[in-house]
Design a protein around this ligand. Sequence first.
Ligand code: KG4
Ligand code: ZN
Length: 374
Amino acid sequence: MSKDNIIITDMGSSASNQHSDKPVLCLGIESSCDETSAAIIDSDKNILAHIIYSQIPEHQKYGGVVPELAARAHILAIDEIIKLTLERANKNIKDIDVIAATAGPGLIGGVLVGWMAATGIADATKKPLIAVNHLEGHALVPRLKSTSASDSATDINVEFPYLLMLASGGHCQILLVRGVGKYELIGQTLDDSAGEAFDKVAKMLGLGYPGGPIVDKRAKEGNTKRFKFPRPLCDKPGCDFSFSGIKTAARILLDKTEETLRDDKFINDFCASFQASVVDCIINRLTNALHDEHVVSAAPKTLVVAGGVAKNSAIRDAMEKLACKFNMEFAAPPMSLCTDNGAMIAWAGLENYKIGNIVKEPVAPRPRWPLTEL
Ligand code: KG4
Ligand code: ZN
């Protein structure tokens, strides 16, 4: 495990609580993809420690995550990351009240590593254990911390019900979030996820992995109107997505352009035009969702974006404008809580603990685990 790839996003043990009723302390563990992460947070929303060990450099040369390598890297990192997290929070494992870990969905080798570590700690310390659905981690973390797109200093309190755009590397869904464990699927992708589209287009352009942040950066310098990308399904009713047509259009456009002509300006304009099509699709589908009878009758007050793709500033800005049009508030987690992280698992652990959703019999981690099956 290279220490260069460790990101610390907490404020250290000085953030420890000064509350009179003792808040509940939760250790959360995430290992479902290419981040080994642990966090200790309390029920007053203080992040006492949060460490993310990114394996991205280990997978970069393969152009994507290699599951076997990821599982092995999790095994090598997990004990050290948990130990460092406890040290940064200035806590002993006995001080922790609840242990939470991702139990799916995700790459099963990695999920097993984090889940078995959590099970071992919970068994040894006799503490309650929470099996967290990774997607629920993304879905609930805006309630731990959220900002608006235009002002990252505002702290928005996200209450149920809310309309959620969940966009990550593996998922792309619009959900009505009514409460912990209460998710109604309003729309979803019929093929690729939004994150996958970003990653694949970046790969075609030879920009590296993961593609989302690189395309986002290049798009900021580019012309959104230079290339024509399709807006799949946008002329149809409903809230489902399709991104594979955009990906094919990218391939065709690239094949028509000689490699020598693909200069920086070409790449920036290509990224900007591609990203604009993804943004338009998201806004079109969300607009339909906000007119959907079922959603209207639930009257969500907040439009929320979460998942790795929520880091995209064009998507955040467009969604904030849409929320404004519908007289809704807009909320997004801070950048450090969008991509996979242990704090979102610890927070989802605390939210489940509050409603008594603790593990009572052995849990088998699941590679597939839709939110609608909670
Ligand atoms: O939530 P996440 O960390 O992992 C999954 O649960 O899948 O999301 C990772 C995805 C990747 O596809 C990555 O390219 C994308 O999030 N991503 C972005 C940005 N930052 C990360 N996509 C668009 N713009 C970004 N700034
Ligand atoms: Zn994720």
